[in-house]
Design a binder for this molecule. Structure first.
Ligand SMILES: [Zn+2]
Length: 104
């Protein structure tokens, strides 16, 4: 096997692993991609108006308005670097943007 082929083979393996990880991550997320996308839109808009007070206040009231479980979702967001509204938009959105675009 040439090293070029080997490189291609490894790249395909990594790609498959990432796809598998993404699938698993989506299965384990405590809210749907659709609701997550709506949350990011809402944060984008609300942070522009009122700014972040370094709590997940806007996120929390949005989740409650959708009847979603804040006890599950807030820790999940904070695990991904989003412990307040502006961090959720800055740190969590990046990781999910492409999946949201693909799935909604
Ligand atoms: Zn903040």
């Amino acid at each position: 096997m040439t090293s070029k082929q080997e490189k291609r083979r490894r790249a395909a393996l990594v790609e498959a692993m990432v796809a598998e990880d993404t699938k698993k991550a989506i299965e384990e997320m405590p809210l749907s991609l659709k609701d997550l996308g709506r949350l990011f839109d809402h944060l984008d808009f609300q942070l522009g108006i009122q700014g972040c007070d370094h709590t997940p206040r806007i996120t929390s009231s949005f989740l409650v308005s959708l009847n979603l479980d804040t006890d599950e979702i807030l820790p999940w967001l904070s695990e991904q670097g989003g412990s307040c509204d502006c961090e959720i938009l800055a740190n969590v959105e990046d990781g999910w943007e492409s999946e949201i675009a693909k799935n909604t």
